[in-house]
Design a protein around this ligand. Structure first.
Ligand SMILES: Nc1ncnc2c1ncn2[C@@H]1O[C@H](COP(=O)(O)OP(=O)(O)OP(=O)(O)O)[C@@H](O)[C@H]1O
Ligand SMILES: [Mg+2]
Length: 258
């Protein structure tokens, strides 16, 4: 059965290594909506994302896709559901011994029985979507960081997912390349209408791609709202993010005034 793309997270708690990591996270993402979770390194973003695909089981609370709690699905249904959720892992995670084309074809070979010509067609279409057309025969080692991210995105789109998850899509990229990857995510979203959830510590990415931003601090959301609402928030973490992204005036030097 096809997912609609509705994602509901309710009161998610998770401890790892004896330490609380997620401390009561709730979020509803409507079909087709794009939400960014913005937070500093180590605040729990990847742990949160892993719950959305059932790679981690919550200690308390649940994640529902189309109303079904993901950690209660049968193995068979979990497999079906996961095939409809595309994940772009932190660092792109390409298979280095496979060509670009085979990396993108990987989920198709795993989940679908399709003639080879159709597989090649889909691979070409997805590479085109991320601006990497004609690179099927390249090896991942020949690609720049930005190109690797694009291929990782193309692979996540191979099965036409209803939900696309991005983990730090612009980490490790120079600012110009990072903005280009932002544009790829925006285009992908416009073309696929998939629900988009991205976790990042790059405020510019969050603001470029998402309709709503949830700011995470130590396993909790401290501010959730539209770009404008987040921008207007006096929360110190939000202010720090805005300042370091150049979206706030440089603070007055200490002692220069009042
Ligand atoms: N398997 C694990 N066992 C123990 N602790 C873990 C495990 N996975 C994550 N943690 C801890 O949970 C916290 C959150 O980790 P997480 O990877 O979600 O951070 P993050 O927000 O994604 O950071 P980054 O921006 O650096 O990717 C960290 O303190 C981390 O050490
Ligand atoms: Mg992470």
């Amino acid at each position: 059965m096809e997912l609609s793309g509705l994602v509901e997270v309710e009161d998610l708690h998770k401890a790892l290594g004896g330490q609380p990591v997620l401390r009561g996270i709730s979020l509803v993402v409507a079909p087709g909506e794009a939400v960014a979770v913005l937070g500093p390194s180590g605040c729990g973003k990847t742990v949160f994302l892993r719950h959305l695909v059932g790679l981690l089981v919550p200690d308390r609370g649940e994640v529902r896709l189309d109303g079904e709690a993901i950690h209660r699905l049968s193995p068979q249904r979990l497999r079906e559901v996961r095939a409809q959720v595309g994940v772009v892992f932190q660092g792109a995670a390409l298979l280095d011994s496979l060509t670009v084309g085979e990396n993108v074809a990987f989920p198709l070979r795993r989940h679908r029985r399709l003639p080879e010509s159709r597989i090649q067609e889909i691979v070409a279409e997805k590479l085109n979507l991320v601006g990497m057309e004609g690179t099927e025969h390249k090896m991942p080692a020949e690609l720049s960081g930005g190109m690797r991210k694009r291929v990782g995105i193309a692979r996540a789109l191979a099965l036409d997912p209803k939900v696309v998850l991005y983990d730090e899509p612009t980490a490790g990229l120079d600012p110009v390349t990072a903005r280009a990857v932002d544009r790829v995510m925006m285009e992908v979203r416009a073309k696929t209408q998939a629900t988009t959830i991205l976790v990042t510590h790059d405020l510019l990415t969050a603001f470029a791609v998402a309709d709503r931003v949830a700011v995470m601090e130590a396993g909790r959301f401290v501010v959730v709202g539209s770009r404008e609402e987040v921008r207007a928030s006096p929360h110190p973490l939000v202010q720090a993010f805005l300042r370091s992204s150049g979206l706030l005036g440089v603070p007055q030097e200490a002692g220069s005034e009042a």
